[in-house]
Write a protein that binds this ligand. Sequence first.
Ligand code: UDP
Ligand code: UDP
Length: 463
Amino acid sequence: MSAPQPPHIALFPSAGMGHLMPFLRLAAMLAKQDSIVTIITAQPTVSIAESDHISSFLRLNPKINHLELQLTPSFQQADSPPVDPFFLQMHLINQSLHLLPPLLLSSSPPFSAIFVDFLLVAKVAPIAKTLNLPIYILSTSSVPFLSLMAYLPMLALNSVEFNKTSTEVKIPGLPPMAMSSLPPVFHDSSHLLTSIITTNSPALSEAKGILMNTFEWFEASTLAALNKDRVIKNLPPVLPIGPLEPYQVPHDDDQHQYRSWLENQPAESVVYISFGSRTAMSRDQTRELEKGLEKTGWRFFWVLKTSKVDKDDQEDAEHFLNESFLEKTKDKGLVIKGWVEQQEILRHPAIGGFLSHCGWNSVMEGAIHGVPMLAWPQHGDQRLNAQVMEDAGLGLWERNWDWGPNSIVKGEDIEKKIVELMTDEKLRGRAKKVRDEARKAVGRGGTSDVVIRELVDSLTISF
Ligand code: UDP
Ligand code: UDP
């Protein structure tokens, strides 16, 4: 009998940094455990951040293979309403999946499994079946949001219950969800994102498992509900493998400025403010945040984003922000426009709080570093994620906060909440407990570690 052969795993994310990041992290983890790994990316990407991260990741992990799925360009009619470029990309990837079988067949050694984004499963599952490849989903969100996406076709059918005027949505086995926490576009079956989700949900049962960037302790009861078939019948095992460990990134000299700034701040004295990779703040809301920050007296590190896609970001921070704000806060605050290494910042002892939109990756990063969070969710999965984050004891969530033309959060409210975030010692203690549990989960023999090792073992080929 010859020695067992390591599995060859294909990983295939959809669009946006929030989706790419967990796939790259899992790819690096699998490669570290001696799997052969191939990452499949759709080209061209929407953002510069995605293309930059793909190339630096491959440079740093020369053993990881890369396959590119070339997308056919889309031509939007001049008079059609604007579509979110990330949703359009998800649609285009789905339209280009006829190109996947030749890519998969071209690879040597042959693949042993494919791990795909939820938003691709309906079309990839039949391809995988023909090639005799087990398929797994890597979910990039929280358990409640996964459950909501899985249950969405049923909700849509029951239009009485899923009426916009109802205050709650009931998904079997889960606590009721506030209707205000659901993305409004879920009521519109013709919306591009809604239709991508409802097309993919019924194919979940084709997967051998759903890998989640979460950990058992953080979402124990909802994980149990899913795994006991209470939410949906025929769901494959839901497998928590997070918080996914960040892969090594090179030190970039451009970023030296903020590294040295952080080094000079006292422990737990800085509020880190970021709304992720694709959420821009309006000028009016920015003014209010400036007022709040100016008044708190706390130090701050603010990653300012003024357009959804980085390619469109033309304005520098000095021009977008109020001159007097910059002058008054120059000794206690830093504003960066552009990409920062968030993991490295959250890990820094100077950081004492995290004002976040609650993108799921950010929640997991807050958890592993035990940084108390103040949730300011904007759209999509973020309100449901904020609820999970608050329930786990990692932070605070002011439910009335929103933003947009009709609802600007006032500077004084922001100030009050930041003070609460930075001075609540009990919260700080609870956040450290979350950190300890997160580290336990990914440590040797921890719940997430065991799941990932068993998965790799099950894919290892014995002769
Ligand atoms: N991120 C980062 N630097 C930035 C902006 C984002 O490192 O300047 C990372 C962040 O740490 C996270 C991911 O990009 O891993 C964003 O994912 P998340 O789910 O938090 O939010 P999204 O960008 O999808 O809204
Ligand atoms: N979403 C949205 N508008 C935006 C960006 C995101 O409505 O400009 C929402 C959308 O409603 C969906 C959610 O984003 O429910 C999921 O998007 P994705 O999975 O890409 O997560 P994100 O990158 O926001 O973490």
